[in-house]
Design a protein around this ligand. Structure first.
Ligand code: URA
Length: 225
């Protein structure tokens, strides 16, 4: 039998106190369940963020302004995973708020999504100095955080933005042009790889294949009722 969530259980208790054994629902039970699941997911993500945000596992903690946990819809069907916070992200405590982030906003808008529909986070939660690539030990220390975030959110699709995210999540190390042609599974969740928006800023020739990837996301994961 399906377990009733604590939120629904307390709603039913209150209704019983007020109205007796008869149940009067102004909303469909599945709507109530979806709302309660979403607030539970949201509170567990917030709790998890509070638990880990003073992390000192690697040396990056000593130079960070902010621990950049992630933003967006805690019940999102799609999670985008980048590499690591840059300067703006470190200052504001939010992923993808610099130039690459503005481009990501435009790309997701082109498939009729906003930041409120999706969830965005990074492999590393702290900024590497001068935006250098994350090193192996930093990735190893930080990866469990990403793993838990994804477990809490349970999206339908994970989009790895660039090679660092793809290598970390999918344990494959191929040229990005190869990886984006494959479909992957991460802990039972569909996963795909596309270009990091910063790569599109450096090389506009990547824009077309990236747009093809986002069209596939739109056609396969959105508007499916
Ligand atoms: N690049 C990333 O990979 N993540 C950010 O949050 C910003 C830039």
């Amino acid at each position: 039998m399906k377990k009733v969530s604590p939120t629904i259980s307390s709603y039913l208790e209150q209704t019983k106190d007020l109205l007796g054994d008869k149940l009067y629902l102004s909303k469909d039970i599945s709507d109530i369940e979806a709302e309660s699941n979403s607030s539970e997911v949201s509170s567990s993500l917030v709790e998890y963020s509070n638990q880990i945000s003073d992390c000192e596992k690697c040396s990056l903690h000593s130079i960070r302004t902010n621990f950049v946990f992630g933003v967006g819809n805690p019940s999102a069907d799609i999670v985008f995973v980048g590499e690591a916070p840059g300067k703006q992200e470190d200052l504001l405590g939010e992923p993808f708020v610099g130039r690459a982030g503005k481009l990501l906003d435009k790309i997701i808008a082109a498939i009729n999504l906003t930041r409120d529909d999706i969830y965005i986070c990074n492999v590393l939660k702290c900024r590497p100095p001068d935006n250098r690539n994350p090193n192996t030990s930093e990735v190893e220390q930080c990866e469990p955080y990403l793993k838990t975030q994804l477990k809490i959110i349970e999206p339908k699709l994970i989009v790895a933005l660039g090679r660092v995210a793809a290598k970390t999540l999918l344990k494959v190390d191929l040229p990005l042009g190869e990886m984006r042609k494959q479909s992957y599974s991460y802990e039972g969740i569909d996963a795909i790889v596309t270009y990091h928006p910063a790569a599109l800023l450096r090389n506009p020739a990547f824009k077309r294949p990236c747009w093809e990837d986002f069209q596939k996301i739109r056609d396969n994961y959105l508007n499916k009722g």
